[in-house]
Design a protein around this ligand. Sequence first.
Ligand code: TYC
Length: 113
Amino acid sequence: MHQHVHMMAGPENDDGDTVVVTDVKPKTKRPPLYKVLLLNDDYTPMEFVVHVLERFFGLNHAQAFEIMLTVHKKGLAVVGVFSHEIAETKVAQVMDYARRHQHPLQCTMEKEE
Ligand code: TYC
């Protein structure tokens, strides 16, 4: 545990300086994690979304189909949780892949609480 030393001298203190030692909380914050979200739309084919989830998120077909259906019914779903750099890469890969195939599929990221 790290400590701070305080030297205190007061006018009405006749015994000289007083040493006060206080503990300092070790501040090693883990880096924040980011949720990658897939958004529903009316035009992107279901099979394309399933393919995207398999290709970029390492899901098997059943997992990918399940998440695709959740997005379709609820409007969005978390498809994974990653470091900032990995999340940014996934979002860029999905957005670029959708654009190249002329689908309006949207993918975003959001800091985890
Ligand atoms: N709603 C789309 C459809 O009915 C399917 C879809 C699912 C689109 C998930 C986007 O992220 C999405 N064809």
